[in-house]
Structure formats: C-alpha cells, structure tokens
Design a protein around this ligand. Structure first.
Ligand SMILES: *[C@@H]1O[C@H](CO)[C@@H](O)[C@H](O)[C@H]1NC(C)=O
Length: 174
C-alpha cells in the first residue's frame, strides 16, 4: 500500500458514512396513492395521475448557496391550487406577488416564513418570499425538493415555456 493511501481511505470511509446517514435520514415515510379530483388538473399538478404512488418525505436536502430544486407553478389565490390559505400568514395571494412554498424540510416548521429566498434560473436571479409549505407528507404532488412558485416568479425569471411543468433551479436563503 502506497504511503498516503490510508488517509484517503479514511476520508472515503467518512464520506460514505455521511452520505449513507443522509440517505437514511431522508428516506421517504411510506406512500400515498393518489385519487383524482384532489387538485387543479389544468395547472398541471402531477398528483392527478390516479393510482400512482408517491413517496412521502419529512425532510429535504441540505440548503446551500445553490440548492438544487424543481420549481413548479402554484396558484396561491382563493379557488387556486390550495384548499386553504397560505400557511405562514393565513392569507390568499395574487399571481403577481413574488412568493413561494417550500417542501416540508425546507419550510422547516415555518422557520422560513416571511423570509426571502433567492432563486437562480434561466440566467436570472430573483427574490421571493416564503408564504407556504409544499407539504411532502400530505400533498401527493410534492417531493422533498420543490419550490412551488407564483406566476410572478416565473415571469420575473423570464420562463414562459411550459409553465405547467417543472423547471430545474437553484435557490438559497437571501
Ligand atoms: C430549521 O430551523 C432551525 C431554527 O429554527 C435552524 O437551526 C435549522 O438549521 C433549520 N434547518 C433547516 C434544514 O433549514
């Protein structure tokens, strides 16, 4: 064994342990089986595929200066995508507001409520306020790495194509 390979081995071992611990801590807690009619299909919410199974998550990947996430579109208005007003402030919001809902782990028991996050996508960077949780335990269209953004955020990022789908972004605490 060459000198110096032992420290490398130790580092690799430590890294694998950390990764394993993370994967275990972030494994999903059972599944939800979707039924039709729980969401607004016209907005492209993915939960409408009846019979599909979706993993449920309590946690989200660690937040960094460039946290990878799927941005989806969300209508925070009354009669919009949610049956209830935004969790942070108990209010409905218009499409023009720069607001987001974060996956359960990132929402972090409301610790990010009212805080700004920076979203980087499409060569642009915008600030948006956290107003809601994208509940990955209850909502079947939610994974643990979702930034559910208003139409205003999508527009500010200059993303008009396929607004119903999801868009790969990075975000951070602002
Ligand atoms: C959750 O919030 C607590 C403070 O309320 C903070 O110490 C912790 O780092 C936060 N965790 C995440 C994943 O943001």
């Amino acid at each position: 064994m060459a000198a110096g390979s032992l420290p490398s081995l130790v580092i690799i071992l430590l890294l694998s342990t950390a990764v394993l611990r993370y994967v275990q801590s972030c494994s999903h807690s059972g599944h939800l089986t979707s039924t039709r009619g729980k969401c607004n299909e016209h907005k492209g919410a993915e939960c409408c595929k009846a019979g599909n199974k979706y993993p449920r998550y309590r946690c989200s990947p660690p937040v960094t200066a460039a946290t990878n996430a799927h941005m989806t579109i969300y209508d925070f208005s009354e009669g919009g995508d949610g049956a209830a007003p935004s969790k942070c402030d108990g209010e409905y919001h218009s499409d023009h507001e720069m607001i987001v809902a974060l996956s359960t782990g990132w929402y972090n028991d409301s610790s990010r409520c009212g805080k700004s996050v920076r979203i980087d996508a499409n060569g642009r960077s915008v600030l948006a306020k956290v107003v809601d949780e994208c509940d990955s335990m209850l909502r079947i269209d939610s994974w643990n790495n979702i930034v559910d953004a208003s139409q205003g955020v999508w527009k500010a990022l200059g993303i008009y194509k396929s607004p119903d789908g999801d868009y790969q972004i990075t975000w951070s605490d602002a």
